[in-house]
Design a protein around this ligand. Structure first.
Ligand SMILES: *Cc1c(COP(=O)(O)O)cnc(C)c1O
Length: 325
């Protein structure tokens, strides 16, 4: 069993920023006067779609492995994920010369399997209908002495994810609002730690897909609500419950949770491609799509938005953004 250490605080974000310095990209902050005009706000987009491995997950993954003691690092790490955490952990472990094993469903998209293997990780397939990936991950961790690095509910992962918001606020100054996509809550919790310290008074808002609003339900009820796997194009936010480390931080430091439809996500993808010439994956558009809706409360404000990732294959991208040219 992975035990839960003390929750991270802002100091852990600062330590993470030191560890990833010179390795993770300090991603650009982009603005668009056209989008500002449309939203009636001053919006700063933190472009983690341009991060190494294509998403902010590299920050938490690298920080977690770098934080391990040398002998633990030499034994290796294990993760269960078919998405951006897998690729991030595979790349980070290669850079730190640490063996990585990734537990992936046997029907995972070939492109994702190839990317993970391409970074040098060993892929252990499992049958998603009959096997439990967490059990397999824990089993491997015990048998081979590997360190299990979960995708969000982990102190160094949360601290690492918080470095994106830290960079953003240090670059553009205090914000009125900071909006970030919400899956299991590593990104939002880390962002909230950074914002509450660097920009007191900044409202921190998580955004999840309409179809999977467990975060909103949990935020309102005060306890972690579990939901069935949601059907949404935001594949990075299909988590069904918040973490035991992430939830208390979100409850304490975030101000609201909003939801957006899949239709709003593909509209935002189209807007980023056309107006800003960047590719953002569906999950990466969550915060932006919410900001552009009239109910967001962004009008007249300085708003930071985390574009969390850009990993979408071109076929899917064409399907979601096509239809008019
Ligand atoms: C993982 C992921 C998220 C959600 O992050 P959590 O830390 O699980 O809340 C959002 N966007 C992208 C692109 C992701 O890969």
């Amino acid at each position: 069993m992975s035990s839960h250490p003390a929750p991270p605080d802002y100091v852990d974000v600062v330590v993470a920023a030191e560890r990833i310095k010179g390795v993770a990209h300090r991603t650009p902050v982009l603005t668009s006067s056209r989008i500002n005009g449309f939203a009636g706000a001053e919006i700063f987009f933190k472009c983690e779609n341009l991060q190494r491995s294509g998403a902010f997950k590299f920050r938490g993954a690298f920080n977690s492995i770098a934080a391990l003691a040398a002998e633990q690092r030499a034994k290796g790490v294990v993760a269960y994920s078919s998405g951006n955490h897998a690729q991030a952990l595979a790349l980070a472990s290669r850079l730190l010369a640490t063996p990585a094993t990734i537990v992936m469903p046997s029907d995972a998209p070939a492109m994702k399997v190839a990317a993970t293997k391409g970074y040098g990780a060993e892929v252990r397939f499992y049958d998603r209908y009959n096997e439990d990936r967490e059990e397999i991950g824990r089993g491997l961790a015990e048998e081979r002495g590997l360190s299990l690095i979960p995708p969000y509910d982990h102190r160094e992962v949360i601290a690492g994810q918080g470095t994106a918001a830290k960079e953003l606020i240090e670059e553009v100054g205090p914000l009125d609002m900071l909006m970030a996509p919400l899956g299991g809550g590593g990104l939002l919790a880390g962002s909230a730690l950074a914002a509450s310290h660097l920009s007191p008074g900044c409202k921190v808002i998580g955004v999840e897909p309409e179809a999977g609003d467990d975060g909103l339900q949990s935020f309102r009820s005060g306890e972690i609500v579990r939901i069935p796997v949601p059907k949404t194009i935001a594949d990075g936010a299909m988590t069904t419950y918040l973490g035991t480390l992430t939830f208390p931080i979100i409850r304490r430091l975030a101000h609201d949770i909003l939801t957006v439809s899949d239709e709003a996500l593909s509209q935002a993808m189209r807007m980023f491609a056309q107006t800003m010439k960047i590719i953002v994956e569906p999950t990466g558009c969550l915060a932006a799509a919410a900001a552009l809706s009239r109910e967001s409360g962004c009008e007249g404000k300085r708003v930071g938005i985390i574009l969390s990732g850009g990993n979408v294959d071109l076929g899917t991208f064409a399907k979601l953004t096509g239809g008019e040219s």
